[in-house]
Design a protein around this ligand. Structure first.
Ligand code: NAI
Length: 261
């Protein structure tokens, strides 16, 4: 093994000072943990979200020790392609560049397919699948020009195994895996990596909104016998966006407590 190779294998993660990261829906839950982890290592974090995320970003900033100034809010509904482009333009205007995009924003509108309305289907596809595509379109030329980028799409175990009552959500999260692999192929020669993280059930507002019986079932199907913590997803994202993770692209990184292998 060469010296450089040994250093890659054993070195700690590189600091993110000078890096600029966009985290959609990055004010709470999994996104909040990702914003916190990236800012803790020195990245400037642009939280892109809907109006409700503005105040939550303020709360998040208040909880950050010494790195609050690294986190800023930029408004965009990710289901609106023009708003996505405007938010990316605003981030580039403020910081000069973007290195990292984490497509984390997501919603649920659960019903069995029999009862699911077309509006519920469409709303979830718009935010959870089209949203990441619009954000990717908005940063892609810029990353290609700079010959560097780290894109992480937050998919779900549900995109791999399906889930009762979540046809729209499962379809969107499975679609994200196809988007991830295709974009990984298309950008691999340009210093850009594109990966997905597929969390199991994580203790966030999204899961707390589920009926307790459904939470108990999810826990029961998780071999490690608990819900995951948002920080456990952030840890996987942090690894994937590292400068030295350039040989990892097109993966769907399971962080699910063994729920699906
Ligand atoms: P959450 O509901 O706590 O956070 C979602 C964030 O996205 C919020 O900040 C929300 O304001 C933002 N958002 C919603 N719609 C938006 C839009 N149209 N434009 C911009 N921002 C928008 O959810 P949680 O649990 O933190 O989930 C984060 C991601 O992880 C989602 O993509 C979710 O599908 C995924 N996930 C969550 C799991 C869980 O067990 N909590 C499991 C697997 C995946």
């Amino acid at each position: 093994m060469t010296l450089a190779s040994t250093q890659l294998a054993s070195g700690t993660l590189k600091r993110l000072d000078g890096r600029v990261a966009i985290v959609t829906g990055g004010s709470r839950g999994i996104g909040g943990a990702i914003s916190t982890a990236l800012a803790a290592d020195g990245a400037n974090v642009a939280v892109v979200g809907i109006p409700a995320d503005r105040e939550r970003t303020e709360h998040l900033r208040a909880s950050l020790n010494g790195t609050a100034q690294l986190v800023e809010f930029f408004e965009a509904n990710v289901a609106d392609p023009e708003a996505c482009q405007r938010s990316v333009n605003a981030v580039i205007e403020k910081y000069g560049h973007v290195d990292i995009l984490v497509n984390n924003a997501g919603i649920t509108k659960d019903h069995t397919a029999r009862k699911m309305t077309v509006e519920e289907w469409q709303a979830v596809l718009d935010v959870n699948l089209s949203g990441p595509f619009y954000m990717i379109k908005a940063v892609l030329e810029h990353m290609l020009e700079r010959k560097f980028g780290r894109i992480v799409n937050i998919s779900s175990v549900v995109g791999k195994m399906g889930n009762f009552g979540q046809a729209n959500y499962a379809a969107a999260k499975a679609g994200l895996l196809g988007l991830t692999k295709t974009l990984a192929l298309e950008t691999a020669r340009s210093g850009i990596t594109v990966n997905a993280v597929a969390p199991g059930f994580i203790a966030t507002e999204m899961v707390k909104a589920m009926p307790q019986a459904a939470i108990d079932i999810a826990k029961g199907r998780t071999p490690v016998d608990r819900l995951g913590e948002p920080g456990e997803i952030a840890r996987a994202v942090r690894f994937l966006v590292d400068e030295n993770s350039g040989f990892i692209t097109g993966t769907a990184f399971d962080v699910n407590g063994g729920m699906y292998m």
